[in-house]
Design a protein around this ligand. Sequence first.
Ligand SMILES: Cc1cc2nc3c(=O)[nH]c(=O)nc-3n(C[C@H](O)[C@H](O)[C@H](O)COP(=O)(O)O)c2cc1C
Length: 180
Amino acid sequence: MDVLQAISNRRSHRAYKAEQLPEEALNAILTAALQSPSARNRQPWHFSVVQDAALLQEISDEAAKVMGKGGSPRFADPDFQIFYHAPTAIFLFGEKENSWTPIDCGIAVENIALAAEGLGMGSVILGLPKPAFMGEKADALRAKLQCPEGYDFVIAIALGYSSDTKDPHELRAEKISRIG
Ligand SMILES: Cc1cc2nc3c(=O)[nH]c(=O)nc-3n(C[C@H](O)[C@H](O)[C@H](O)COP(=O)(O)O)c2cc1C
């Protein structure tokens, strides 16, 4: 798929089929992640691929618990799960002592989203898991997900064959200034 087509077609998908990603698609997506540019080529990321539904549920429950009632109103729905029951989630852990980490991980997560789109799969970038890495289970979850020493959660992305349709978000022309 043409890169502009993949950018244009990508949406945040919030419903998934149970079918798992083919292994070769996952490998291609992870290669695209590793191919991301990073400041001074430090590659300050670690990608943890989770395909264990029980572990994803545990992280979702913990995020909901840490956020409490003041968190997302979506937590009021008992069926709401922050991974939307996608069969795969990739967690991006980033080097803490590096001011470029959020940007580098942001670029990498978009590479993952576009690679998935190009391969016919859907995704949604997820900040909502973050509270799970801030509460009393934080160390245990970082250990389970093999987060390296000196790294912490930055962002996650759920992946799979989507079962919803979504309109593109509005394009705001006023967000662009042309000078000269
Ligand atoms: C840094 C970041 C964090 C996000 N976190 C979540 C999230 O936790 N849950 C969710 O459903 N969507 C999340 N999104 C998806 C946004 O809501 C979505 O990108 C936006 O509404 C535009 O829709 P689109 O991606 O379909 O164009 C996140 C997106 C970004 C870039």
